[in-house]
Design a protein around this ligand. Sequence first.
Ligand code: MG
Length: 427
Amino acid sequence: MSSLSWHRLSRTKSTPSPTGQDPVNSPGHNDPQITEGAGAQVRSGATSNLSWAARTDVGLVRSHNEDSFLAQAPTFAVSDGMGGHAAGEVASAIAVTTIAEHAPSHADDLLLGAAIEIANTAVMEGAATGKGKMGMGCTASAVSIEQNKMAVAHVGDSRVYLLHNGALVRLTHDHSYVEELVDAGEITADEARVHPSRSVITRALGSDPDMYADHFTIDVFAGDRVVICSDGLSSMVEDSQIEAIAVSSATAQAAVDNLVAAALQEGGSDNVTVVVVDITDDGIIDQHRKRYLTRFALIGAFIVGIVAALFVAASLFVSHSWYVGVNGDTVAIYHGVNASLLGHDLYALSQSTTVQLSDLPEATQSNLQNGVVVASEKEAEATIESYREQIAADKAHAQQIADKSTAGTETSTDNPAVPTNKTEGGD
Ligand code: MG
């Protein structure tokens, strides 16, 4: 067993009410009622991924409630005050207020632990400046939930439990004398709950400027339920019963109501505070959706890139292409290709000529209708020139034929052949 440090604080949770007032309900009451008046507070709420409820109750023995809670998504906390009337509740109120001001907006356990350490300073300053009383202190157990991450930070013996797949797991390790006895194997956890020194805690806010918070981050999932409570619950109700109630309660509100009622049923000898947070959406679906959209965007960008590359390649090809074609009844030179895309012509008239299409052979005319592809404008001009030469040659040839034909006709018709004298003489 380790020795206790100088800042150990002791609470008087088992002492009778200093006011001498009767408790709201006597211990062992068959039908304990959750108080709704002074000393009791209830909160509930929800975000897109969380649903929560919180309840604090003075219990059946104490005259005032020194517990405080924080339910300000994504941060939730429970603080159990110590130091007696006008001290414990001040300390716990300072703690949750300071944690609310300094808690991170995301699941960062280092910053959440730092918020508790700032709260420690605030409680000490409060005592020193007359806000509350000297010697006041408190516990602080806090969580901050972001998607499927939960940061946990705590000091003292207020606990954080996680209900996952129907099993309740205690996430925090009490900073208490009896917890050290349990760790040393000298007593069991059940014996610790009823140990006479169960009120002695070994780390708390308000007494040690060098106090530090334990902190860590765990994964949580949709369907998980987080339970944060003061020892008014955990010292009165066994973990197995807390688990049974947490499992069987349909909503966070029902869970806090049933857990507080169970603590009162077991005697309610201390203030009891319970915050239950249900993880309704761990962000996994959203992560899948974002991953899908990212993949879709990448594929889309790839397709757009391919189309853009093809467009550029096609533009380069068209801008470097030439052909000889038809412009009305004449032959012309075109820049581009003899085609259209989405209603847009991929060519432009470059030069008109006087070469008549009808002067060319039928086969050439047919080729020109489809466009005769050439390598350059210069080659197109050469082709046009070859057509001119071909037409000129054809015309000259035709003229020759015509001339010969004309000569032949004159001999046979207008000037029929007459036998020469030599022939005649030969007869
Ligand atoms: Mg307590």
